[in-house]
Design a binder for this molecule. Sequence first.
Ligand SMILES: Nc1ncnc2c1ncn2[C@@H]1O[C@H](COP(=O)(O)OP(=O)(O)OP(=O)(O)O)[C@@H](O)[C@H]1O
Length: 859
Amino acid sequence: MRIESVSLKDFLSHDRTQVNFKGEINVIIGQNGAGKSSIIDAITFALFKEARENVSELIRKGSKSAEVELILKEGSNSFKVVRSIPASDYFYENDKLSARQSREVDKKVESIGLNKKVMLSTTFVKQGEIESVFEDLTGVLKKVMMIDSLEKLTSSDGKIKRLIDAYEVEMKSYQRYEDELKRVSSDILSTSSDIATLEASVSSLQDELHRLHELEDIKSKEVATLEEKFKVYTEVRTQLETNRRERTQILNELDSYKDLDSQLAESQTRLKELQELTKKKDLISKLESETKRYQELNIVLRDEMKRRDSIKANLDLKEKLEPYHKEYQELYQKQRDLREAYEKFRELRAALCERRRQRDLNSKKLAAVKLVRKAEDLERELSLMSAERDEAHNEISRLELELVQIRKGREALISANEGKCPVCGGPLDEAHRKELIDKYDRREREIVGEMESLQRKYESLKREVEILNKQLSEARSNESLIKTIQENLEGLNQEIAQLEASLSELTEKANQYELINERLEHLKEYEDEYNSVRSYKEEDLYELEEMLATHEHTLHDVKEEINNLKREVGNLTRDQIERAELELQEVTNRLNELNKKRGKREELVKRRYVLEESIERLKQKLDALNFEEEELRKAKVELDSIRRQVQTVERDLGEKRGKLEQMRISLSNLERTKRDLETKLSEANKLRNEKERLEKLRQVLSESRLQSFLISTLISRIENNLNDIMSMFNMSFSRVTIRMGSTKGLKGKVEIKVYTQSGQELQIGLLSGGERIALALALRIAIARSLMGELGFMILDEPTTHLDSERRTELLSIIRDSMNVVPQIIVVTHDEEVLQIADYVLRVEKLGDVSRVKEEVIQ
Ligand SMILES: Nc1ncnc2c1ncn2[C@@H]1O[C@H](COP(=O)(O)OP(=O)(O)OP(=O)(O)O)[C@@H](O)[C@H]1O
């Protein structure tokens, strides 16, 4: 088995490193802290999940997870272990995933011959620890053979002792089962004897029961025969008695029918009488209806007579009102002829009133409009005032111009130079200038005063012109209003005159109309009364009188009919007839009943003769039967007595059988209990044996003899291997021995001795440094080979540390020689000298915080 490659991802100082081990001696070289050992750490972690520190510390700082992948090769087989932090572990065999849990992967690694304890103690050689194998060889052997675990197992608080104690406790609990077994065995004996006694008693009871059953059988048959006879006897007797009872009943019943014929005759006679009587019911009904009709006709006749009297009175009234009606009609016609003229008259009169009202209104308006001043006068005055105002305004303008001139002249005078006067052109001196300026000032003051008074005058004239303008416009509008009203008044007067003329033409007709109207209102009452009776006619009266005569005649006929019916009915009342009807119903029912009875009587007579014959026949049958009830009673009593005996014996037998069953169950329970107890006690025996075995095992395991035996067995194997390996290391020793120490102080300890060519014994301490290293390496390989078979690889971390140059050379040659025993060696070093033996070099450097690995060409 050799390591093919290892790759590190964010593992310690490596971010992404792939290392292929192509040589036999693979040297990983680099400065201190470059990240060389990290590669060995990756291999150790991949194989055994083992770390120098806490596993989480293996993750490269700044990363969240780390992963290592190790590929191993053995012949054509390849194995891949992948382990990540946080945990996820995989194991592939020939690229096929075969385990995925941490423990499963561990097992797989072990199964391919890589034992963690052995390898970490032997072929994984840590920095400066090659020789440490001598220091505690016993400890190393115990560890790799797991004897330390054995000691833990057999200690006083170890697993075996705890198991023995548990068996002890359990066995104690079995003591009570032995006592129980004794008691149960004795119970089985006594129960078995009781069962035998009971079985004998059950057998004699069964015999007795058999005899009684035979007796019961004979008696039962005898009783059955007698009961059969008794059944026939009872039936015949019952029949006979029934027949006799029925015959007595029939005779009694026939006796009750002795008056039946006379009752029948009597009922039939009464039936005929009642039938005659009820026939008169129709006559009474007719009489009642005729009487009712008579009364109704009478009422109708009286109503019609009243109507005739009323018509007569209304006809008289109509005749009396006839002249008024005539006058009313004539006046009404006349009024209609005059209506148009009257309407016209009313219309004109209303129009006249309206015009007169308007005329009054206009007269009042005219009086209200006052004319203060005439427009003509006002116009004249206004033109005078306006001229005066304009004059004042012109004067003011003139004065303003003069004032400007004066001011200009004054300023020119003030600014004029000595010499020439700007006003008069003569010489100008100061006196002249002053005189002229004073003159100008005076004139200016005068003008200003004049202008102020003119301005006031102008303002007052302006106001007066405005007032006159207003008065003028008022006067003008009043004048036009007065003119309009006067024109209106004239028109109205003309219209009034025309209307008055027209009215006078119509006045007579209007008066006529009103007189007629007055008379019509007076006649209206008569006319209304006349209208209420105008529909009455003489013909209606005649018609009614004829109808009255017919009705009177009919009434007379009905009266006749009533008298005839009364004579026929006589004193008979409706009540009497209804009572007769009820009685007729009763008699009919009674007659029906009597007829039914007559039928029944005939049936009874027939039945009586049948019964007489049957009674005679049954009597003869009873005599022929010759049966005695006493005989049956006696046989039954005897049968009952036998059956009671059977029941008693059966009950006894049942009880005894029940008891027997009970006892058998108890016995079987006891036997089962016995068996269970025996089984349990056999368990106790097993426990005892087990406990004894464990005690022996503990004794054997804890005996130093065994450990010594095991170790010595292994030691001889190691010794052989060691000598083989040493022979390949080209050493001058003839032999190396490994022994368990026997002398005091060395007992139980392993001792290594070396023999020279001349056969002299040498202690390890006396060997040279190089010899010791060679022996140590050989011993490590020998132990590993003894326990795991042929080795695939060995790892040496900084093996040359603390060695002087001579010893380094020796070590290198030993490593080279180791190739004969271990096909693949991986050496981690910072020592360039080691490169001498390398056939494959990997250089590790630190770039910043990250380690980089490069394959280096060997010179
Ligand atoms: N978790 C980590 N993340 C990143 N770098 C780490 C981590 N743990 C340790 N280191 C660094 O890795 C380097 C140690 O690597 P390693 O032990 O492999 O070095 P080496 O080359 O074997 O050195 P030496 O020869 O001194 O033993 C150191 O520089 C250390 O600071």
